[in-house]
Write a protein that binds this ligand. Structure first.
Ligand code: OTU
Length: 628
């Protein structure tokens, strides 16, 4: 007689006795959401229950394989689920090749990271990438194997252990939406395996693709126009949202979900502590929509979260959903059904740059007003720059009636060709017309005017603009992530224009090799790099001792006489006063005395703010006298 054992029984089957109680307890907490979400996605299939059992058994095997030191960390974090939301968490993001040549070279940079106060390192894709151009590694050929050009799996294990010992959590991309066209699944599909062909969205002709194209946008309209690619081996059209060699996965097929859940846990067992879930918005397709942010995408992520919470509760999920502000909060899920622990606040990032271009904080104030408080044990991710473009369309809700034209003006400002009157040196990204914006590229220092500065004052202003943006990211109430090289004011790398396979993609402007000669100047109080580094270090140190800057502490904005000034209040005792304009401004402080967090001076009443000046102020506690 055949009986179908329960999902719990299948989960526990591969586990040694001493792990079963914990596993059963964790499963019990996740069961409702897990079964509901997977049931809603796949429950109508006749093979749902056996599939679910097989999934749980393979999850159980990965649970059994988890190293004791990782399980210990899981237990600690289970007891303190908001461990990542403190004001001393600081992130750093880098390409392995650019930062340290390979994984061993990254390990050699740990001292630098520690000096900065980094507790979280996001290494851009380091798994085996597609042969040839791979979108900077975002076309993954194997989820099991480190890219041989960057090291071995043993190097990865060694690096995660070293980082853990240094108090740094390693974050890896988990590229959920697509695989490379030379991943085994794609190769198998091309070779005629029908099960693997079902891993992808494929169509015999243009009928369906043309229907989808009516409502689906384009991420790289110039470098990779359209969302479908004809694959001769298949004689079919394949859904390729990004580059033609990145094949979108078909999550309507439960085998894809099971494979990706396994890939995630396999990496977690190698010591990855945070997953940057790339392109989360695109996971589910629905005709007649833009095929982004679909409810099923959220169900998938909630099911993935439940599985992570069973096997590796010390592991965090981070949503990379570059979507309009109102679409963002859904990526955190709810108290009852949590989704990601962390999500990029790309609207905040873009609005900060917008404020510099417009010398007005209007966009920024709207974004902050539209940023809801989060469920417990969750955090925004704040940043000044990353490896991608600054995408302007996330601000369309805030930009008003002439939004596209307004954002296009901002993009033109950052493209700032010499003679245009702009201090910025960047590039417009994938713009289809002059009255619409797509994105802007460039290293922060180049966009903020350090590259173009020829006088002492221009340099001074560029440094202030950079500290203004970093100061916002550090005081907003988020996990701030520095982008490699920004701590030293590294500027654009123009060499990509010489490579035929990269010239169409100006995101390579912001992917230079780490400059050790600038690093050598970091403690020098005169060079631009040294001053920036010092200024940043002061902000980071101050942040570390200010609980009001933790992710969960409340935030509000005080009214100012001019839109040039942002007065960001945290709790009721910390104030970031930032002048986003090139003119001097004044601001009247709330009653009482305020101490400058950086130099200790005490201020009250009306204060002056020089061009692009920022003040971090702490309310002086009135001396409370004990009643006699
Ligand atoms: C992500 O990006 C990565 O960060 C990019 O580097 C990759 O090229 C891309 O996925 C494909 O893997 O759509 O919501 O506009 O912001 O491509 C995620 C450029 C994305 C990026 C966009 C982004």
């Amino acid at each position: 007689m055949m009986s179908i054992r329960s999902p719990l029984a299948r989960l526990l089957a591969p586990l040694p006795t001493h792990l079963r109680d914990d596993a059963a307890r964790r499963y019990a907490r996740q069961e409702a959401v897990l079964l509901d979400r997977l049931g809603s996605l796949y429950g109508q299939r006749p093979d749902f229950l056996p599939w679910l059992g097989d999934l749980m058994e393979s999850v159980g095997r990965l649970y059994a394989a988890r190293a004791p030191e990782l399980r210990r960390q899981d237990a600690q974090r289970e007891a303190r689920p908001d461990w990542f939301a403190s004001q001393s968490m600081l992130g750093y993001s880098a390409y392995v090749q650019r930062f340290g040549a390979n994984l061993q070279g990254v390990a050699a940079r740990i001292a630098h990271l520690r000096e900065l106060g980094v507790t979280y390192l996001h290494l851009l894709p380091f798994l085996r990438a597609r042969a040839g151009e791979s979108d900077g590694g975002f076309a993954v050929a194997s989820f099991e194997e480190v890219d041989p050009a960057l090291g071995s799996n043993a190097d990865l294990l060694a690096l995660t252990a070293q980082l853990r010992a240094a108090g740094i959590s390693l974050c890896s991309d988990l590229i959920l939406n697509h695989v490379a066209d030379d991943h085994a699944w794609a190769l198998g599909a091309k070779a005629g395996d029908p099960l693997l062909r079902d891993f992808f969205h494929t169509y015999p002709d243009r009928v369906q693709p043309d229907r989808y194209e009516q409502t689906v946008g384009q991420v790289f309209p110039q470098a990779a126009p359209g969302n479908f690619t004809f694959v001769p081996e298949l004689q079919r059209w394949v859904w390729t949202t990004f580059y033609p060699y990145q094949w979108d996965l078909n999550y309507a097929n439960p085998a894809v979900f099971a494979a990706m859940a396994g890939a995630m846990l396999g990496l977690a067992n190698k010591g990855i502590e945070v997953f940057r879930l790339d392109s989360t918005a695109f996971l589910w397709k629905r005709e007649g929509t833009d095929c982004m942010n679909q409810p099923e995408a959220h169900s998938l992520l909630q099911a993935l979260r439940a599985i992570a919470a069973i096997v590796a509760p010390g592991v965090l999920l981070k949503a990379e959903a570059i979507v309009p502000t109102p679409k963002l909060p859904a990526y955190f899920g709810s108290d009852a059904a949590p989704e990601c622990h962390i999500a990029y606040h790309s609207s905040l990032m873009a609005a900060g740059w917008g404020a510099l271009a417009e010398e007005s904080t209007d966009l920024l104030q709207q974004v902050i007003a539209a940023t809801p408080p989060l469920p417990p044990a969750a955090s925004w991710l704040s940043y000044v720059r990353c490896h991608d473009d600054i995408g302007w369309n996330v601000l369309l809700n805030e930009a008003g009636a002439d939004g596209p034209a307004r954002l296009a003006r901002i993009a033109r400002f950052f493209a700032g060709t010499p003679g245009s009157g702009s201090y910025a040196r960047g590039a417009a990204f994938q713009s289809s017309s002059a009255d619409k914006a797509h994105g802007s590229n460039g290293m922060a220092a180049s966009l903020a005017g350090l590259e173009s500065a020829t006088t002492v004052q221009e340099q001074e202003y560029a440094l202030r603009r950079l500290l203004l943006l970093h100061g916002l990211a550090l005081s907003f109430g988020a996990l701030p992530v520095l982008y490699m090289g920004d701590e030293l004011g590294m500027t654009n790398d123009y060499s990509y224009t010489q490579r035929a396979d990269r010239a169409m993609d100006s995101r390579w402007l912001q992917r230079p090799a780490f400059d050790d000669s600038l690093l050598a100047w970091r403690h020098d109080g005169v060079s631009a790099s040294g001053r920036l580094y010092l200024g940043l270090r002061q902000l980071i140190d101050a942040r570390g001792r200010l609980p009001a800057l933790a992710a969960a502490a409340p935030r509000s904005v005080l009214p100012a006489d001019t839109p040039a000034v942002l007065a960001l209040l945290r709790g009721d005792a910390f104030l970031n006063l930032s002048n986003f304009s090139g003119a001097s401004q004044r601001f009247t402080l709330p009653a009482g005395e305020w101490r400058n967090s950086l130099d200790g001076s005490v201020l009250a009443g009306t204060v002056g703010l020089q061009p692009w000046h920022m003040l971090w102020l702490e309310r002086e506690q009135e001396q409370k006298r004990e009643p006699a």
